[in-house]
Structure formats: structure tokens, C-alpha cells
Design a binder for this molecule. Structure first.
Ligand code: CMP
Length: 139
């Protein structure tokens, strides 16, 4: 089915000017960028977005990192977009990521891993609504 997923290009990647190279990987895989904006998160906003990880030991570090530089938030659309995006990203830990994936090529560590992608249809809908209004999604 045609799906939409929320993608974030994280501070380690925007700092190194990798937005275009990462977008090329998404587009080459058949994902269409139907919304995109560059924003600066506060730690509080990052904390709200990652609330599900609140009890994890890396939560504070994660929120601080996500607010350390601009991020590019985007909505990707396509056939099986959620799984396809996760394939293009590669494993969370770049040490485990398959060759050619975004994280294998660009990620610096499990924390500074260049991209985020929604993991299921329900979370995709919630995460898209966190950053975008319906009017901003132009399919
Ligand atoms: P993401 O897909 O954005 O969702 C939660 C994030 O937490 C994850 O990517 C990683 O960047 C981060 N994360 C996961 N495990 C660790 C860890 N052990 N140390 C620091 N950050 C982590």
C-alpha cells in the first residue's frame, strides 16, 4: 500500500552538509519527499517527540543532541514507505548497518546516527502530525 512516514535528518548530518546526499538515497529508492522543513528544536520539544524513550538511560543525551543544531523534518511517501525508509536508513547502530545504507555511509555512532524514521503506521501518523499540518503535505 502507499504509505507516509516521518523522517528526520539529524544534527550530525545537517552539520556536515549531508541533507542532499541523504535525500538522494530516499529518492533513488522511490520515496517521494512530499513535505520538508529545516527547523531548530529546543530540548523540550525534542523531549516531547521522544517521550516514549523517557525512561531510557540515553534520553537526556538524545534530547540534547537533537537540539544541538538544525534538523530537517520530512514526510516520505511511497509503496511500503515505512519499511522502505527503514531499509534505506540501515540498522540503528551504524556498526550493524548494511553497506550502502544511510547509517553505514554517514552515521557517527548509535546516538549520532544521521536519520530517524517512523517504525509503524500508527507512530508514523502521530509523528507526522507532531511536525506538520495537513495543508503542508503535498503529495
Ligand atoms: P531513533 O530512530 O531516532 O530513535 C531513538 C534514538 O535513540 C535512536 O534513533 C538513537 O539515535 C538513539 N539511541 C538508541 N540507542 C542509543 C544509545 N545506546 N545511546 C545513545 N542514543 C541511543
Amino acid at each position: 500500500a502507499i504509505e507516509r512516514t516521518l523522517s528526520i535528518i539529524k544534527p550530525d548530518a545537517t552539520r556536515r552538509n549531508l541533507t542532499g546526499k541523504i535525500n538522494a538515497k530516499f529518492e533513488d529508492a522511490g520515496l517521494r519527499i512530499i513535505a520538508q522543513k529545516r527547523i531548530q528544536l529546543t530540548e523540550a520539544q525534542a523531549g516531547k517527540f521522544y517521550e516514549v524513550h523517557k525512561e531510557r538511560p540515553f534520553y537526556g543525551e538524545l534530547c540534547e543532541f537533537m537540539a544541538s543544531a538544525p534538523v530537517v523534518v520530512q514526510v516520505l511517501e511511497g509503496e511500503n514507505a515505512i519499511a522502505k525508509n527503514r531499509e534505506v536508513m540501515g540498522a540503528t547502530n551504524p556498526a550493524d548497518a548494511a553497506p550502502g545504507t544511510v547509517r553505514a555511509e554517514f552515521a557517527e555512532s548509535v546516538g549520532e546516527n544521521s536519520v530517524h524514521g517512523s517504525d509503524a503506521p500508527e507512530t508514523a501518523a502521530e509523528e507526522i502530525a507532531f511536525y506538520f499540518s495537513g495543508l503542508e503535505l503535498v503529495g
